[in-house]
Design a protein around this ligand. Structure first.
Ligand code: DAH
Length: 342
């Protein structure tokens, strides 16, 4: 066969092989036809036997065939990679018109909503929020709050102690925060200290061995019971509305003198008595009073110069009143069906 015909046959054979070649075959074809030991090279090697005048003609022809094959292989390679990309895009396509599955978003716990409202009101009046330890010294939880050893509140049956000598305990109230604040701040002091407290109570609809209190305290020159009444009255009005009514009843706490308990008139029956207020017309909100001079003095604050008020309120009870929750246990069980209602 004439070399021309050989080249033409090689070209058409290569072209038809290319048409159906896949990615891996493409490389093999490149080697087969264009490689150093490939078929075109083999043809060029045979040119020695040609008449001199034929050589450049065949040489040029061979180069043309080589160039065409190179171009076709390149084109085929591009075609294959475009096809592969298209298939991948199709496989990975996201249909943005399909409705998504909405993620379940949690909500703030009703008790913490109430706490945030209380914090906001006090922050608005210039109070600083303090949070601190729940494991406390009996000295801070009791002694320095004027609750002497032997006082019934210090009974082993009421308090979770850590040590045989009853010197370390889970705080039974947030009132030790008063002592911490007086130790770390100089008057004038205005603090609000929310947190967990612990008592040996059996769980029922109104009791839990762990619950939350919010302690408040203000110390400055010339602070009187009128400031306590005015402040708490303003707080209650901001929380429960302008028409809310408060009542201050005399009471006894070892760390305040005088002491009182503060009730809010039942918002449901306006004092007439109903199931919400257990027919009393009033709902107990907190304990409060003027800080005992002994307590101030034990923290190095001169009771002849400074005076102050303090209060402590139960957060769960507030939340229960706020959201008409009938059972304390619901607040801690964290049943989603319950929490979703708020
Ligand atoms: N700590 C008291 C309790 O747990 C509540 C209390 C009463 C706090 C009077 C005070 C206060 O700061 O002045 O029952």
């Amino acid at each position: 066969m004439d070399l021309r015909e050989t080249l033409a046959a090689l070209k058409s054979e290569a072209m038809s092989a290319l048409e159906s070649a896949g990615g891996a075959e493409l490389d093999a074809l490149r080697v087969k036809y264009l490689g150093k030991k490939g078929e075109i090279t083999a043809i060029l090697k045979q040119m020695g036997g040609l008449p001199a005048a034929e050589r450049p003609v065949i040489g040029q022809l061979a180069n043309e065939v080589r160039a065409e094959l190179e171009k076709s292989i390149e084109e085929r390679a591009r075609e294959l990679s475009e096809k592969a990309l298209e298939m991948r895009l199709r496989a990975e396509a996201v249909d943005v018109t399909i409705p998504g599955s909405a993620p379940k978003i949690g909500k703030k716990h009703p008790m913490y909503s109430v706490l945030d409202q209380v914090k906001d009101v006090f922050i608005g009046m210039g109070f600083e929020i303090l949070e601190d330890r729940e494991v406390e010294l009996a000295e801070y939880n009791f002694t320095r709050l004027n609750v002497e050893e032997g006082h019934p509140a210090r009974e082993w049956s009421d308090t979770f102690y850590f040590t045989e000598d009853a010197s370390i305990l889970l705080r039974t109230q947030t009132s030790p925060m008063q002592i911490h604040a007086m130790e770390t701040h100089k008057p004038p002091i205005r603090i609000l200290a929310p947190g967990r407290v612990y008592r040996k109570d059996e769980v029922d609809a109104t009791h839990s061995p762990m619950f939350h209190q919010i302690e408040g305290m203000a110390i400055d020159k010339g602070i009187t019971m009128a400031d306590l009444k005015g402040t708490l009255d303003a707080v209650v009005k901001q929380l429960y509305g302008e028409e809310s009514v408060t009542r201050f009843r005399p009471h006894h706490f070892p760390f305040t003198e005088p002491s009182c308990e503060v009730d809010i008139q039942c918002h449901k029956c306006h004092g007439r008595g109903c199931p919400t207020c257990k027919d009393e017309g009033w709902i107990e909100l907190l304990g409060a009073g003027m800080i005992h001079p002994k307590v101030l003095a034990s923290c190095g604050i001169d009771p002849e110069v400074y005076s102050g008020w303090a209060f402590g309120m139960g957060l769960e009870r507030m939340a229960m009143g706020h959201y008409k929750i009938s059972d304390l246990r619901l607040i801690f069980e964290n049943d989603v069906r319950f929490l979703e209602q708020f």
